[in-house]
Write a protein that binds this ligand. Structure first.
Ligand SMILES: Cc1cc2nc3c(=O)[nH]c(=O)nc-3n(C[C@H](O)[C@H](O)[C@H](O)COP(=O)(O)OP(=O)(O)OC[C@H]3O[C@@H](n4cnc5c(N)ncnc54)[C@H](O)[C@@H]3O)c2cc1C
Length: 464
């Protein structure tokens, strides 16, 4: 990159917030997916105005810019495909305003997700979206990916908690979208366009999130099955019985054993599947719901159903689920984690389909995930250096996406399209759907400079 441009970046961000050394670029060349492309420069924003100045400079000089939170994304979203500048947001971490009376908190978008709850808890409130990466992901990354998590079944996902946001548009304009009011219909629902925008439409710098009262009581249980089918059917039957647990997580035998090898969380190694189920609310209601869950679990021939007796037992159950991905990552040299999602009633078909696909292609798969909202994470375990094995896994993944679409599901429930699922988006939304996305992108970013090459390609005429 031209020295004059680097000098301008130093003038905007300060010397301590600009990296150019080759070895520094390595840390910003990948996320939790598989691509590695080094940027030319990394800048750390500390306020909104800097971000605006950066985008004006990028537009003048035709330089691609890729926003980055903590790089924990699972679809390649923060990888700088066309190099240029990585805009790191993780130094914008301030809490701007905590308003318990209106159950709102306004933060800078580089704050770590789990930093919100201790503040909210001071007033008996909590922030429900709870991705497995809560301890390191940023709120900006959560918004850009519309992150879900373990509590999505009852409490929804990030989009359900975004009230208002400050966004820097690709050409540098600063806009404030949404409102702190519960109701707001003055203009289009523009803030919604930026939730799930994967860093393609603008840079979120500040956000006002809504909070909920902490549930009075929780009941957590582990249901153990010697049949995958019965476990999957149980998920569907619990919802059909009118119970909405706050958490209903699924783990198969491969995942259970990977966890136990990684960290002893007391999971039964010989089970074909377990369900981690939690109900919450008023004490009587949480207890009543877990009793109904037990009935459904027993009707589906579970071999055991144990309710955690204390917080320590509960924390142990959840610890197992939270390390599932890391544990599976230690089984083989590489993994390919998917998040194809179906309606809950189709979950048994989905689980059967995944097993069938894995068997036909002779690939190793661990299945875990947020079964309560139909969002499974089939995780293919492989050695990428083995080209023949990689080809079999690629074929299995392609079939998996087609299965999800055939079951009226989606190729991604929460990890986004990025680079990983870009080849499959056309199958999901069709050519008119892609054209609509391109039109929106072109309107906001006519030179295609903000996170170019992700999610879909732009026609050559508007490329930078
Ligand atoms: C162990 C593990 C568990 C996970 N569990 C879950 C889970 O349960 N649910 C779930 O949904 N995801 C999960 N994820 C995926 C990931 O953590 C989420 O996608 C998270 O939202 C990414 O946040 P981040 O700050 O790391 O963003 P990054 O990975 O840095 O960026 C993600 C995308 O957001 C864009 N972006 C980042 N910040 C901004 C901003 N301020 N403005 C505009 N665009 C921005 C980037 O350009 C990129 O496209 C998990 C990941 C890991 C490694």
């Amino acid at each position: 990159m031209d020295k004059s441009v680097v000098d301008e970046l130093v003038a905007i961000f300060g010397k301590e917030n600009v990296l150019t050394a080759h070895e520094d670029m390595i840390a910003y060349s990948y996320d939790a997916a598989h691509v590695e492309i080094k940027p030319e420069v990394v800048v750390f924003a500390t306020d909104t105005l800097q971000v605006s100045k950066l985008m004006k400079l990028a537009y003048r000089e035709d330089i691609p810019v890729t926003p980055r939170g903590q790089g924990s994304g699972l679809s390649g979203g923060s990888v700088p495909l066309q190099q240029g500048i990585v805009l790191a947001m993780d130094r914008m971490k301030k809490v701007i305003d905590f308003d318990p009376a209106n159950r709102l908190i306004t933060v800078e978008c580089g704050i770590t997700t789990s930093d919100i709850d201790p503040i909210a808890a001071e007033a008996g409130l909590f922030y429900p979206p709870d991705p497995g990466s809560v301890a390191f992901s940023t709120i900006g990354g959560n918004i850009a990916e519309n992150a879900g998590g373990l509590r999505g079944l009852k409490y929804g996902v990030t989009k359900d908690y975004v009230q208002m946001m400050k966004v820097v548009l690709p050409m540098g304009d600063i806009v404030t979208l949404g409102s702190k009011c519960v109701k707001h219909v003055a203009g289009f629902n523009t803030e919604a366009i930026f939730v799930g925008s994967e860093g393609l439409l603008g840079i979120m710098t500040e956000v006002t999130l809504s909070l909920l009262p902490i549930p009075q009581h929780r009941e957590s249980a582990l249901a153990i099955f010697d049949s995958l089918d019965n476990a999957a059917q149980t998920v569907s039957d619990i919802i059909a019985a009118g119970v909405t647990p706050s958490t209903m997580e699924f783990m198969d035998n491969e995942t259970i054993n990977a966890i136990q090898n990684f960290k002893d969380c007391g999971l039964p190694r010989d089970a074909q599947a377990v369900l981690l189920i939690e109900t919450d609310g008023e004490e009587a209601s949480a207890k009543g719901e877990i009793a109904k869950v037990k009935e459904v679990v027993e009707a589906n021939r579970a071999t055991d159903f144990a309710i955690a007796k204390n917080t320590e037992e509960r924390d142990n159950l959840f610890a197992g689920r939270r390390v599932a991905l890391n544990a599976l990552a230690s089984v083989r040299p590489n993994l390919i984690l998917e998040d194809a999602t179906v309606m809950r009633s189709r979950l048994p078909d989905m689980v059967r389909g995944i097993i069938d696909i894995a068997a036909r292609h002779q690939v190793k798969v661990g299945i875990f995930g947020h079964a309560g909202d139909g969002n499974l994470h089939p995780t293919f375990l492989l050695d990428m250096k083995d080209a023949e094995e990689k080809a079999r896994v690629d074929a299995a993944v392609k079939e998996l996406f087609q299965l999800a679409i055939d079951l009226e599901g989606t190729i991604s429930g929460e990890h986004g399209v990025g680079l990983e699922k870009k080849p499959y988006l056309m199958d999901q939304i069709g050519a008119p759907g892609i054209r609509l996305l391109q039109d929106i992108k072109r309107t906001l970013d006519p030179k295609n400079l903000l996170n170019p090459g992700k999610m879909f390609d732009m026609p050559a005429t508007v490329s930078a």
